[in-house]
Structures are given as structure tokens and as C-alpha cells.
Design a binder for this molecule. Structure first.
Ligand code: ADP
Length: 248
């Protein structure tokens, strides 16, 4: 029954399209949600850190609870994104030519205050030449944000975080280097796994989901790129991302 087969094939294609569309919607709205939650996080953190003056004890306790609920929501948003990815129903990526130096400058600016509060500074001097690549801008920004956030979380006070973006033939290489806790040899093969957090990381920073690097790697690989790191326990870590200039 070739007609029946054709009909089923058509139906199948349509369903795939619909699922892809749904997946797109989930991805876009969750990213927006995550951005809004991140903004709330920094405001609550400023209050908690006493940047706007000392809070009365009860008020501080309320803010702390809000901060923790907000963190759980951020983790949940990450989880939804990664499930969306791992279902194999990739959201449609919208690749557009982007200067990764400028995108990194934006990301660095967003984390400047947070770094300062941790007594760290982010050193980023764009090389001068544009480092253009075809990327999905909001998703690639998430890659940069996750690496910068980790460098601050697992970095050490009174040190610098060194960031670079440089064109290398038909790809662009990014790096984010911290001088923090580093990654133990035994943990190295696990850190891109979903939900994995090393013991040393949990001790230093009790809040975390173990989803950041999992999501980051998914995004990088969906661009046809690679992510890897070099790390020395107790000395620091450098994450590298290489992304092709053109998408096939
Ligand atoms: P989270 O930061 O929420 O724990 P991630 O998925 O971003 O989750 O990172 C997974 C784990 O990889 C971290 O818990 C930590 O053990 C390790 N890690 C990531 N970035 C760094 C870093 N810059 N320095 C040391 N360890 C890191």
C-alpha cells in the first residue's frame, strides 16, 4: 500500500516539525526566563552581601530564602534546557555572523561586579581584529556566561581571570583561565556529565546544579565546535572552546 506509506511518512514529517517547533518555543522562553532569574539573583545577592546597607536580621533571612528559591529555579531552567537537548529534538539554532570579541565583551561586562565582589578581576583585551563566526547569539552567550560564572565560583580571591578570543584559521578559539581550586585528576572525566559536581566544588560553593557544563558542551557541539580544559588541582583551570567560522 504505497499511498498509505506516503501518508504515514507525511504525517511523520509533520509531527517532527511540530515537535521541533515546540522544542524551539521551550528553548527560547526558558532562556528568557533564565536571564530574568539571573538578574534577580544579582539583586538579591547585593542585598545579602550588605552592598545596600546592613539588613535587619529577619529581613536578611527572608532575602536569603528568596535567593535560594531563585537558585532552584535557575537550576530547573537549566534542567529543562538540557532535557530539551538530550531528547535529541534540538531546538532550531539560528546561526548569524557574530563578532565573538564583542559578544565576549558584553558577557565580561555582565560579570564585572560579581568578580569584583569575589575580589577578582576579569582581564580581557580584545585582540583588535574581529573574530567573526556563525553562531546562535543568545545560546553562544550562554556558553561564555557559564564559563565566566564558573571561573568566579571556583576561582581564588586576589587573582585575575584571563579571557581571550582569537581567530585561528577557519575557527575561533576562546579561553577562560582562573587561578582557583582546579579539578582533581579523578574528577576530570566526569565534569561534563549531567548533574556532576566535584566534592571540592561543593565545599567551596554549596549552590550549583551540575548542569552548566553539560548544557555548555551541548551548545558548543551543536555549533560543530569543541570544548576542553586543562587543570591542575589547587592551581587553576583553563577552559577552551573552539568554534568553526562557518556552519555547513
Ligand atoms: P555547577 O557549577 O553548578 O556545579 P557545572 O556543570 O557548571 O555545575 O560544573 C560542573 C562541575 O565542574 C563543577 O561542580 C566543578 O566541580 C567543575 N568545574 C567547572 N568549572 C570549574 C572551574 N573553573 N574550576 C574548577 N572546577 C570547575
Amino acid at each position: 500500500m504505497p499511498e498509505e506509506l506516503d501518508r504515514l511518512k507525511e504525517e511523520n514529517e509533520r509531527l517532527k516539525e511540530l515537535i521541533g517547533f515546540k522544542s524551539d518555543l521551550v528553548s527560547i522562553s526558558v532562556h528568557q526566563l533564565r536571564t530574568a532569574l539571573a538578574a534577580t539573583k544579582w539583586s538579591l545577592k547585593m542585598l545579602l552581601d550588605g552592598d545596600l546597607g546592613e539588613l535587619p536580621r529577619e529581613a536578611a533571612e527572608q532575602v536569603r530564602r528568596s535567593y535560594e528559591s531563585n537558585e532552584r529555579l535557575i537550576a530547573m531552567a537549566g534542567e529543562i534546557l538540557s532535557i530539551n537537548h538530550s531528547e535529541g529534538i534540538d531546538p532550531a539554532y539560528h546561526f548569524e555572523e557574530t563578532d565573538l570579541s564583542s559578544l565576549m565583551e558584553e558577557a565580561v561586562l555582565e560579570f564585572k561586579d560579581e568578580a569584583f565582589k569575589h575580589r577578582m578581576r576579569i582581564e580581557y583585551v580584545p585582540v583588535g581584529t574581529p573574530a567573526a563566526a556563525e553562531v546562535d547569539r543568545p545560546l553562544f552567550k550562554v556558553v561564555m556566561q557559564n564559563l565566566l560564572e564558573n571561573a568566579i565560583k571556583y576561582g581564588a580571591p586576589d587573582t585575575a581571570i584571563a579571557v581571550s578570543v582569537e581567530p585561528q584559521g577557519d575557527s575561533v578559539l576562546l579561553s577562560v583561565q582562573d587561578a582557583g581550586i582546579g579539578i582533581a585528576e579523578a574528577d576530570k572525566h566526569k565534569i561534563f556529565s549531567k548533574f556532576y559536581r566535584a566534592d571540592a566544588a561543593k565545599q567551596k560553593e554549596s549552590i550549583g546544579s551540575g548542569l552548566g557544563l553539560f548544557t555548555t558542551r551541548n551548545i558548543v557541539e551543536r555549533h560543530g565546535g569543541k570544548i576542553w580544559f586543562e587543570s591542575q588541582e589547587g592551581e587553576g583551570t583553563t577552559f577552551f572552546v573552539s568554534v568553526p567560522v562557518r556552519q555547513p
